[in-house]
Design a protein around this ligand. Structure first.
Ligand code: FE
Length: 200
């Protein structure tokens, strides 16, 4: 069966939505609030704050690496799909990368909803078979001696990568640092650089 066109999906979603509203199963205002929350409040800018805090506060970083769920909740990020978080730290010798080989498990409170490529079959298969090849396609070239660790997120555990703090950022505060942390850097398909784009 050919993949349905995006317009078809949008039409189908609207049809289902009006049916649910008509039957009194959902309230339009509640739906609007959920959409608004994921469009503006929940997204990778939350995770970027967690990373920037870890870069600037060694005690927080220690808590983050020992009990990520509790440390992330200190910043107010918790809830559905983020109940059991594990943070894996990139170092000069180790690069971490996250996938869900089974479906699309992803840490919603810190990263928002997953990008389409994260849910795609090629990424899910190739991230484990050929992680370096996938990283190259994302523009990430690692020295051959650097170990790549791939973490398989699932319904019980969601992983977040703590990227390495870029060189030359010593004088920057947490807010400025957060602007350097992209979504991909926290999935591990990117790295943070002193000029990398902000997570949106
Ligand atoms: Fe999944």
């Amino acid at each position: 069966m050919p993949a349905p066109h995006t317009d078809d999906i949008a039409l189908r979603v609207r049809a289902i939505e009006s049916l649910l509203v008509e039957k009194g199963l959902v309230q339009p205002a509640a739906l609007a609030a959920i959409v608004e929350t994921y469009e503006t409040k929940i997204g990778p800018h939350n995770g970027a704050q967690v990373v920037a805090r870890a870069w600037t506060d060694p005690a927080f970083k220690a808590r983050l690496l020992s009990d990520a769920t509790a440390a992330i909740a200190e910043l107010g990020f918790s809830g559905v799909q983020g109940e059991d978080m594990v943070v894996v730290e990139n170092t000069p010798t180790v690069h971490n990368m996250v996938v869900c080989t089974l479906c699309s498990c992803y840490p919603w409170p810190t990263l928002g909803l997953p990008p389409n490529w994260y849910k795609s079959a090629p990424y899910r298969a190739r991230a484990v078979i050929d992680p370096r090849g996938v990283l190259t396609e994302f523009g990430v070239e690692l020295p051959p001696e650097k170990e790549v660790r791939v973490w398989d997120s699932n319904a019980e555990l969601r992983y977040l990568v703590l990227p390495e703090r870029p060189a030359g950022t010593e004088g920057m505060d947490a807010a400025a640092l957060a602007a350097l942390v992209s979504r991909d850097a926290m999935i591990g398909t990117g790295v943070a650089t002193s000029s990398s784009g902000a997570a949106r």
